[in-house]
Each structure stands twice: as C-alpha cells, then as structure tokens.
Design a protein around this ligand. Structure first.
Ligand code: SF4
Length: 393
C-alpha cells in the first residue's frame, strides 16, 4: 500500500516555498560503533542492508515524481559499507528520483577500509564525484583511543587512491581525544596537509549522551583534555590549514579554493532540502520533518505503507529568522544582515538585534559591509552564543 497522503503532502510542501536544492540520505549501518558516537545506526547488521535499500526506494517513490536537486549527500553511519549490488540499486534509484541540476555535487562518506580501487570505480561510474573519508587521525594510538576500526596506514592508502579517482576528496579529523597533546595534533595537521587534498572537516571530541564515552566520562574511566588545550588545538588547525592553502569557510570546515562542500552550504544558508532514511530531516516549504530515528522502526513503517516521519514542525517567521542568522553565521563569510532586515518584520528582528549589538560590543561578532560574522574571538566560543539567538525574547 502506497501512502498517497504522504506523496501529496511532501509535494505540496516542496512547492509551497523555495524549491529544495539538496537531498540527504542517511545510511544507518557501521561495522562497529565507535565509543564517541551516538548517531542513529546499527553495527554489524549486514542482514538488513538489502531491506534498507528497498525501503529507501519506496520512500523515494513517495515523492510522486522525480525532483531536481543540485547536491546529494550520502551520510551515516557508513554508506560505503553497502556491497556493490546494494549500492548499484540504491544509486540508480537516487539518479532516477533526484536528477542533479546545476551544481552536480554528489558526496559519499566512506570508511578508509572501503576505499578500494573497485569501489571507487563503481561509485564514480554511478555519478559520485566527492568522497568524505572518516579518517579522524593519522596516529594509531589516537585511532585506538577513538575505537576506530582502521589504521593510519589504511587511511593514507585510502586518501591516495581516492585522490586518483575522485575529483574532490575530504577528510574528517578529530582533535582533543583523551590524552592527546598539542604536538600530536600538530602532526595530524601536518600529515593531512602533506596529502594535498582540497577539503578538511575537523571537530573537537564531544561526549554526547547515548555514546559509550559519555558514561565512561561520568565514571572517570576516561578524561577529557583541558579546555584551554582544546582551544589551542582549534586555533592551531585554523592557522596551519590556512598556511597550507586550506582556508576556514565554516566553524568546522576548511577548503582550498573552489572545494567547499556545496551540500552543507544548503543547510547553512537555510535553503530547502529532502531527507531520506532513519533520522533524516527534510526542510520543505517552511516545514521541518524528521524521520523516526530507529532503523527497525523506519523499516517496519515503510514496509507497512506508513509515513516514516516522527516529528513535523512548521517554522514561524520568528524561528525562520533566528535560524537563518545562526546557521548563516557559522560561515566565515557571515550572513547578509541587510537582506534579513528586508525579509523579516521589525517586531521579529527587535530581540535578535539587541543580542547582535551586545555581541558586537563584546568583540564576538563584527559587521563586514552589509553582513555580520563571527570574529576570531567569537569563533572559539560560538557554541555558547547560539542559544541566546534561538531563545531571546
Ligand atoms: S563515528 Fe562514524 S564510523 Fe564510528 S560508529 Fe559513528 S558513524 Fe559509524
């Protein structure tokens, strides 16, 4: 039974505001769960892969007709885990339902172990042109602490192979792992620069509820690095990567000229996007929908012809304004404040403007032309600033 209600509703929403330009697919499988991860995924469940692909095919068909997008991002989880047969089925369906329009960026997140010559050839032949490798570190000690399932040698080999086959390569790196020193982090940055790739994403290790590391931190089984050291690591990344031609363009993202991730910019610019798979969010019209987080629940609902959507909110003008400012300011170019002032009413802007003026006076935000953006001082404390914009009255 196909849920025609969902088909009509999704299309109606997509047509009721700015057209969606991006699509995200969450592949909820990994070989094993890393200690710091609380994402929606199942480890070591190859038996469910084909069932998942079939469910995504059904979810895609509920759009009713093919929808042009400019970017597709296969994230997870570990999308590269799918075997060639499942991958071909999935990617061909994505090509059918989401024909790429102008920018044509199609990314896949990959575990270094899956970055083989034959996989790269297959992914490339099906249209993928950007790979984001979950490397996290070039040091075996740190990889063990993070409970990664690959070695530094495997990562280096994966990057080299990927650079041969993919027009664009990105690597994720984590800093502030338990016991990590500034010199160890410097060595990771030197190694990634030596790889001569065009994009790096880097994140300080977080201890999220639901991740095993969170419980271990509470029980004092592991310790987090000193706050000042973490800030020094972040600042070192900004400076070293820039010196190597990889400029910061967002709080956690760095790119050589022309290598920024177009897909993520859709989120930061508050554009519209489709989301598929467990826990994936869509933003259509002015409505944000989030699919059920549990993979089994997602599968069962789709198989029963029921909507996978768990939560749905229509954003008010006020919420849209706040989100546009907060997500926009994640980018180093900032956000076009004069445009926001034109797009929203004075009453919506009043409280936000007061927060903005306060942060400008503190030196955390600056005006540049018609835009506002984080200063270098604001960058390192940005996590603490957003709450005020999202809740100020
Ligand atoms: S960190 Fe990445 S590889 Fe590790 S469990 Fe989470 S999604 Fe999978």
């Amino acid at each position: 039974m196909v849920s025609t209600v969902d088909t009509h509703q999704a299309l109606e929403l997509a047509n009721s505001g700015p057209q969606p330009i991006a699509a995200y697919l969450h592949v909820p499988f990994c070989y094993q769960r890393c200690g710091y991860c609380n994402f929606s995924l199942l480890a070591d469940r190859e038996d469910l892969h084909e069932r998942f692909v079939q469910a995504v095919l059904v979810e895609l068909s509920w759009m009713g007709s093919p929808q042009r997008v400019e970017t597709i991002f296969l994230g997870g989880g570990t999308p590269s885990i799918l075997n060639p047969r499942s991958m071909v089925r999935l990617l061909e369906a994505l090509r059918q339902w989401l024909p790429l329009g102008g920018l044509t960026e199609w990314s896949i997140e990959a575990n270094p172990r899956d970055v083989t010559e034959s996989n790269l050839r297959l992914w490339r032949s099906l249209g993928i042109n950007r790979i984001s490798i979950g490397g996290q570190s070039f040091q075996d000690r740190k990889l063990k602490v993070l409970e990664r399932d690959h070695t530094s040698l495997e990562l280096l080999r994966a990057i080299e192979l990927a650079a041969h086959h993919m027009p664009r390569v990105s690597v994720d790196l984590i800093f502030a792992a338990p016991g990590e020193t500034l010199d160890e982090w410097r060595s990771d940055l030197q190694q990634v620069l030596a790889c001569k790739i065009g994009h790096v994403s880097t994140y300080g290790l977080t201890f999220e509820k639901g991740a095993r590391f969170y419980g271990e931190l509470q029980r004092h089984k592991i310790t987090r690095v000193d706050e000042q050291l973490e800030l020094d690591m972040y600042n070192l990344a900004i400076d070293m990567l820039a010196a190597g031609g990889i400029e910061q363009y967002e709080i956690s993202n760095f790119a050589a000229s022309g290598q920024t991730c177009q897909h993520n910019q859709a989120y930061w610019n508050a554009d519209r996007w489709w989301g598929f798979g467990p826990s994936a969010a869509s933003y259509l019209g002015n409505t944000r929908s989030v699919n059920h987080r549990g993979t089994l629940q997602y599968l069962r609902r789709i198989e029963a012809g029921l909507s996978p959507i768990d939560e749905q909110d229509t954003l008010t003008q006020d919420q849209q304004c706040r989100e546009r400012l907060v997500f926009g300011m994640r980018q180093r170019q900032g956000v076009h404040w004069e445009q926001i002032k034109t797009d929203f009413s004075e009453s919506t802007l009043r409280a936000i403007q007061a927060s903005l003026e306060h942060h400008i006076s503190q030196g955390w935000i600056e005006r540049v032309g018609q835009s506002v953006r984080l200063t270098r001082a604001g960058l390192v404390i940005s996590d603490g600033l957003w709450h005020e914009y999202l809740t100020c009255k």
